[in-house]
Design a protein around this ligand. Structure first.
Ligand code: HEM
Length: 230
């Protein structure tokens, strides 16, 4: 029996609906994004506060069980998201502003997240460094890094918020509240841009001096040997 006829004859073997999977899996991402961004926002009160908040938040997302679920969920979300994106582009160009926003934010988030996870793995496993406040602050401590990481972080946060907002809009539309659905998507997009713009100056040391520890300067010199922080 071929694979297709097996599926036709056996009601137990149902085709996975990847769109539904993407939609439900996004709930894990949504919860984590709020925890993660709250940690970054707490940096306004200083490095110690940021690291203390992160330590508490890690109890939720960095124990072996939740971290495995989180990382598996994100990797699957990226793979399934890319498949859906390619399929949608094959059907034709996006038709309206919302479809464009969905496609572009999804694509941007894919680029951001693959680098974020690769870099996280390198920092923890290869460099054996603690990914606390100094990890993102190190790449915001001077050129050439800062020129890349300002748009990178800004678009990373903004794209995930725009994309999640469009996803939440569908949930609210399904519940029959069209107006609320549109306002929610808009609130995610505006909120995402504002949070992004709020976080970046904190990491760049605009509100307080950041004395970069030597191990983080060595980390940056691995890629750019002549690196000097501002
Ligand atoms: C300004 C933007 C961002 C900065 C500066 C940043 C920074 C960080 C830092 C410092 C960590 C290490 C956390 C820890 O060790 O406890 C981390 C981990 C992580 N980040 Fe981000 N992040 C940003 C945006 C995002 C966004 C938008 C996402 C979307 C989901 C994301 C997903 C993750 C994930 C999945 C981890 C791994 C968590 C773990 O397994 O410990 N990040 N990020």
């Amino acid at each position: 029996m071929t694979d297709t006829s097996l599926r036709r004859h056996s009601p137990a073997i149902k085709k996975i609906n990847w769109q539904q999977f993407h939609k439900f899996n996004a709930v894990i991402l949504l919860v984590f994004v709020f925890i993660h961004l709250a940690t970054h926002v707490s940096g306004i009160f200083g490095i110690e506060t940021y690291n203390a908040v992160q330590k508490v938040m890690r109890l939720i997302y960095r124990n072996p069980v939740s971290e495995t679920i989180l990382l598996a969920s994100i990797v699957l979300q990226l793979i399934v998201g890319m498949v859906l994106l390619v399929k949608s582009l094959r059907r034709g160009r996006p038709r309206d502003l919302l479809s464009w926003a969905q496609v572009l934010s999804g694509g941007m988030f894919f680029v951001f997240m693959t680098q974020h996870l690769f870099s996280l793995g390198m920092t923890r496993l290869y460099f054996d460094l603690e990914t606390d406040f100094f990890w993102p602050a190190s790449v915001m401590s001077g050129p050439p890094y800062i020129y890349y990481f300002i748009p990178y972080y800004f678009l990373g946060v903004w794209s995930v918020m725009v994309h999640l907002g469009i996803g939440v809009r569908y949930w609210i539309l399904d519940a029959g509240h069209a107006r609320l659905a549109n306002y929610t998507a808009l609130a995610f997009a505006i909120g995402g841009a504002l949070v992004s713009a709020f976080i970046l100056p904190i990491l760049a040391g605009a509100y307080f001096d950041i004395e970069m520890p030597k191990e983080w300067i060595d980390y940056l010199r691995f890629y750019v040997p002549a690196y000097e922080p501002w």
